[in-house]
Write a protein that binds this ligand. Sequence first.
Ligand code: ADP
Length: 226
Amino acid sequence: MVPGARLIVLGKQGAGKGTQCVRLSHHYVVPHVSTGDMLRAAVKQGTALGLKAKDQMDRGELLGDDLIMGMVASRLDESDVRARGFVLDGCPRTVAQAEQLAAFLNPVELDMAVDIEVPTAQVLRRLAARRVCVDCGANYSVSSPPLINWTCDVCGGEVIQREDDREEAITRRLELYERQTAPLIDWYRARDQLAAVSGIGAPDSVTRRVIKAIEVRRDRKGGRFT
Ligand code: ADP
């Protein structure tokens, strides 16, 4: 059995984080913990958290650090994560979140933070063309739509444009990324926990690059997952 992993995946909106995180979670057999998916599920279920989060999410604003870290900490405390690790997608997104996360995980070490790099011009094109299934979250684009009339090939759900993939919200999300999230790249680099990987090309090639970067680091640490 492949050893578990404790990974954080960073990258601009539209860099392919979600896609790569699902693949990494299958490869290392660990839960995919996505703050965006957890929040969208809360919105759909109409929970108190969802009602609070919806407007800010639609506008592309970030939610408060304490609210996010409360939600993430309780997920990371569950037995599946404790036993095998996690692929964390969408968190941390601010230095304050990274600090809280490191304190929460201590004394257990992160394997690494992977930054998936894609130029802004390219993510803008990807986001404007992105369409998603409202039920299962499967991704499509205007140039590769589902087979039948914008219903999901996987589950038959309706395939639409995410509210926060409209132009105004995209601009805001990328602005917040540059200001709040990009500094995390240096934060993890300074702790010798960063691998930067190109996110250009077919998803399979990106996955191979990411796994290679993780394995190179593991070899350096003696090949152990502890
Ligand atoms: P993206 O990375 O493409 O913006 P996500 O699906 O990861 O999308 O997140 C959707 C929205 O959920 C964000 O725009 C933000 O409003 C909220 N959110 C998710 N994760 C966080 C976080 N770590 N801190 C603050 N807000 C968050």
